[in-house]
Design a protein around this ligand. Structure first.
Ligand code: ZN
Length: 194
């Protein structure tokens, strides 16, 4: 009783107290849609090579130079300005979720980075632009994307360790190809994220 359902999504406070007043994350992109028509290969988990190869985050469709946003108030843990390796240009944002849990939002294959290590940012700030750096450099048009991870440590290794599915914090809405996809499949790919 007395729950303020209408207000839950608007809440973005650092208040202690009830479950409904903890900080919530927002989306890293204005349009949230898994790359390649919600192909499960581009979700989180052991989703590649017939279940034998990990994908550590979500690939979110984004044309080159699409703004990316801080999903929470936090501090820039590191940036990588060098276009190299698998991830290319990167931003790692440290933030606190649920009052006391530290996570890191990780953005890869960027073209532009507007923040620097140690900088404080606010939820919704534009922190960079999507690109095709790192191993995304040879993807065909239409496959360009933001590689987005939720990490529990800032520098995890290969595989899934040190990461959780973005669905846990961001929610499942990117997995259902809504609004912008007229091909249907609403909701049917959600299981693939785990
Ligand atoms: Zn990826």
């Amino acid at each position: 009783m007395g729950s303020d359902i209408d207000g839950v999504l608007a809440h973005n406070t650092d208040n202690m107290g009830s479950d409904q007043s903890v900080a919530l994350v927002t989306d890293p992109l204005q349009i949230m849609r898994i790359r390649d028509n919600c192909n499960p290969d581009n979700t989180f988990g052991m989703v590649r090579n017939a279940g034998t190869k990990a994908h550590q985050g979500w690939d979110l469709e984004a044309r080159l130079n699409t703004p990316v946003y801080a999903i929470a108030d936090g501090t820039i843990e590191f940036v990588e300005e060098h276009d190299g390796g698998d991830y290319g240009k990167q931003i790692c944002l440290k933030f606190v979720y649920g009052g006391n849990l530290t996570y890191y939002a990780f953005y890869a294959h960027l073209s532009q980075i507007y923040v620097s290590t140690g900088q404080e940012v606010h939820q919704g700030n534009e922190i960079g632009l999507t690109g095709n750096t790192g191993n995304a450099s040879n993807l065909p048009a239409g496959q360009e994307h933001l590689h987005f991870e939720i990490r529990t440590i800032p520098h995890p290794g290969l595989g899934l360790g040190g990461r959780v599915s973005p669905m846990v914090l961001v929610g499942p809405h990117a997995l259902s190809c809504p609004a912008y996809d007229h091909g249907g499949d609403l909701g049917q790919k959600q299981d693939a994220a785990f």
